[in-house]
Design a protein around this ligand. Structure first.
Ligand code: DO4
Ligand code: MG
Length: 279
């Protein structure tokens, strides 16, 4: 099942049918435990509407209202290696090796809805940064009770020169206007996502591919429930929360995004998140 936040309201796509929910409030609709089961019951009382099938990219909004987006770091070997390399002059490479092995994961606050864009909307790079990359990440949706109810695609836009200069600059490298993209929908499969699910990224500049990459989520060092357990330990989320699970794909060091580039991130079962870098 896929749940879309659209300009027309909340649209549920299940099997080949599309339904417009009677509930218009995103927070109340998604923040429920056993989301798959409760929505299955609700759509039994709705009539499917084929016109909703024509939802264009312009009608789809980021699947977020009052939820906070958090992110996990250094959960894949590729991220550990890239962070150690970028921060070696700051003498902080060792911290990344340590957090990769430590019981406690790296978790950081990424964005609220006001700094988040959906598919089809521009992401931004900071004007005071010269080295910027997208980070394609499977993103969990967790309800207030702490259970994983769904998934979306996340782009954790990152300024590598800022985080590499000093790890204490991480919040500035990660959190600024339009630094997070999620979408195109909230995918609610009703059971945990297949561990062999692939994440793919394609970056194009002036119509030509400049970077492609892929990784399976089974390459992640930590379990999803382990990340969620730490996130919810001493923090409550009255509207539920999103948690980006870290990147396993980092472009080579000479690569940086520039205005006009298009970033396409696809995750099997969820769809494709498409964003252009703002000028
Ligand atoms: O520690 C820096 C950020 C790590 C991160 O965002 C990732 O691994 O995806
Ligand atoms: Mg990341």
């Amino acid at each position: 099942m896929k749940i879309y936040k659209t300009k027309k309201g909340i649209v549920v796509h299940h099997k080949s049918d599309f339904f417009l929910s009677k509930e218009a409030n995103w927070d109340s609709f998604v923040n429920r435990s056993n989301l798959f089961q409760v929505v299955i019951q609700e759509i039994k009382n709705l009539t499917s509407d084929t016109s909703l099938e024509e939802l264009t990219i312009k009608d789809v909004l980021a699947p977020i209202s009052s939820q906070e987006i958090w992110a996990s770091g250094v959960t894949y070997m590729r991220s550990r290696q890239a962070r150690m390399e970028e921060s070696k002059d700051a003498g902080s490479g060792d911290f990344y090796a340590r957090v990769y092995e430590a019981p406690r994961p790296e978790l950081f606050f990424k964005a609220t809805a006001s700094r988040t864009v959906g598919s089809g909307q521009p992401v931004r790079i900071r004007k005071d940064s010269k080295w910027n990359v997208p980070e394609p990440e499977l993103t969990l949706f967790i309800c207030t009770q702490g259970t994983i109810e769904g998934y979306t695609i996340g782009n954790d836009m990152s300024s590598r020169d800022i985080e590499g200069e000093n790890p204490l600059y991480l919040p500035q490298a990660k959190s600024y206007d339009a630094s997070a993209a999620i979408g195109p929908c909230l995918y609610v499969p009703g059971s945990p996502i297949n561990p062999d699910t692939m994440i793919q990224i394609e970056i194009s500049s002036n119509g030509s591919n400049v970077f492609v990459g892929e990784v399976s989520i089974n390459r992640m060092k930590r379990k999803h429930v382990e990340l969620v357990e730490y996130l919810f330990r001493e923090t409550s989320f009255p509207y539920g929360a999103y948690l980006m699970t870290g990147t396993g794909i980092v472009p080579p060091d000479h690569f940086t995004l520039k205005a006009g580039d298009e970033v396409k991130i696809s995750i099997e079962g969820i769809g494709t998140l498409i964003n252009t870098v703002a000028g």
